[in-house]
Design a protein around this ligand. Structure first.
Ligand code: FES
Ligand SMILES: [Fe+2]
Length: 391
């Protein structure tokens, strides 16, 4: 958890907002043309710049904790293999055979000594090197040293595995400086101690377009209404305490119990019980502590068209549920966030998309009370106007 002084300061700010009926705010409302959501050319450029040339958190360290563990996944039409090598380091590769391009390893998490291609049994080790070819003598000589799996820039920080989806070998690939990219946000993420949690459940959800989806993760304005039967029961609506770390943001919401702090001496406060922190990593990561002992990690991947996304939702529990009561609590939490996101958030998102062609709006308006949404769109614009080789 965050250090006690930080939590206390966040709870103080949240309580003050609650008492005054205020929230952290931007200077003014901001207009965002609908074209930013719809234009296919712009979408293609943004996918390339923001999703293929920035570090993305593709995995949790706890998904592949041991030497030989791997995770294979396909994101943004790119098959990726993340492997923890004999030296304990994680590496990422394009999960594409160097012979004739078959996917080497089926998507999923497991452990392997080597990766053998299902087409003609070319074999790669955990470090991605080509170490064997079936019928080698009949095939003929090739330069095996240069035919390892194509490596992607990869680094492990704060319990997350960050990968850039453009191969390191391409001359146009920017170097991935993960520490520069995360800046002070790395220390914020580290307070979550993500590698000490238990992965209870993981699922993929189809969602509306990337920006509509992300907008919903970045404000508390809709909570009382949309989530009144789920997460909204635990959260104060339209109250946001916002801190930014370069392109990344930490959102603090008040829990419904926040008002009780007003009646207690500060020395008695347990601030972490009355606020809820969401760590939002640009461009597609959201880590949300909705209830104590549970954590929701969401990775939002843009789909092939501007109106599609896939969200990977991971439900973490502080410990592996052991008793019947713990199992029920975990199941209830998982069911609640599934409903909150799939039915409630994405239900609204699809309805927004359904009305986009109607001509009612030329632009959306982000209120002063939606500063994190404003920041997100400003970051998109800033990065799109920057040189491709800068992070
Ligand atoms: S495509 Fe992999 S061995 Fe032929
Ligand atoms: Fe929501």
């Amino acid at each position: 958890m965050e250090d006690p002084a930080t939590l206390l300061a966040l709870a103080e700010r949240a309580l003050q907002h609650l008492q005054q009926g205020t929230t952290d705010s931007a200077a003014a409302p901001m207009h965002m043309p609908l074209l930013a959501y719809q234009d296919p050319e712009r979408y293609a450029a943004e996918r390339e710049r923001l999703f293929k040339r920035l570090p993305l958190a593709l995995a949790l360290s706890l998904e592949l904790p041991e030497v030989g563990d791997y995770k294979a996944l396909t994101v943004i039409e790119t098959p990726v293999l993340i492997s923890r090598g004999d030296d304990g380091r994680v590496r990422a590769f394009l999960n594409v055979c160097r012979h004739r391009g078959a996917q080497v390893c089926a998507d999923g998490c497991a452990s392997a000594r080597v990766f053998s291609c299902p087409y003609h049994a070319w074999v790669y080790d955990r470090q991605g090197a080509l170490v064997g070819r079936y019928g080698e003598d009949t095939f003929g000589d090739v330069d095996e040293a240069s035919l390892g799996l194509r490596e992607l820039p990869c680094a492990e920080r704060a319990g997350l595995i960050w990968v850039m989806l453009t191969p390191s070998a391409e001359p146009s690939t920017p170097a991935m400086d993960i520490d520069a990219w995360l800046g002070e946000f790395a220390a914020q993420l580290a307070t979550l101690e993500l590698d000490s949690w238990h992965l209870y459940e993981q699922r993929s959800l189809p969602g509306p377009g990337w920006k509509i989806t992300m907008d919903g993760y970045l404000e508390a304005y809709h909570h009382a209404l949309v989530h009144k039967d789920t997460v909204g029961q635990h959260t104060v609506g339209n109250l946001l305490v916002l801190d930014t770390f370069g392109p990344h943001q930490r959102l603090t919401f008040g829990r419904k119990s926040l008002s009780t702090l007003a009646t207690q001496d500060k020395s008695q406060w347990q601030p972490g019980e009355h606020i809820r922190l969401i760590h939002s990593g640009f461009p597609n990561l959201s880590i949300s502590g909705i209830l104590g002992g549970f954590c929701l990690v969401s990775q939002i991947y843009p789909g092939p068209t501007p109106d599609t996304t896939t969200t990977v939702q991971s439900i973490l529990t502080a410990n592996e549920p052991a008793t019947a009561a713990e199992k029920k609590a975990a199941q209830d939490f998982s069911a609640m966030v599934l409903k909150a996101v799939q039915t409630e958030d994405y239900g609204i998102g699809f309805s927004i998309q359904g009305g986009m062609q109607s001509g009612a709006n030329q632009a959306f308006i982000f209120g002063r009370n939606e500063p994190a949404v404003q920041n997100y769109h400003r970051t998109i614009e800033r990065l799109m106007n920057q040189d491709h080789n800068e992070l």
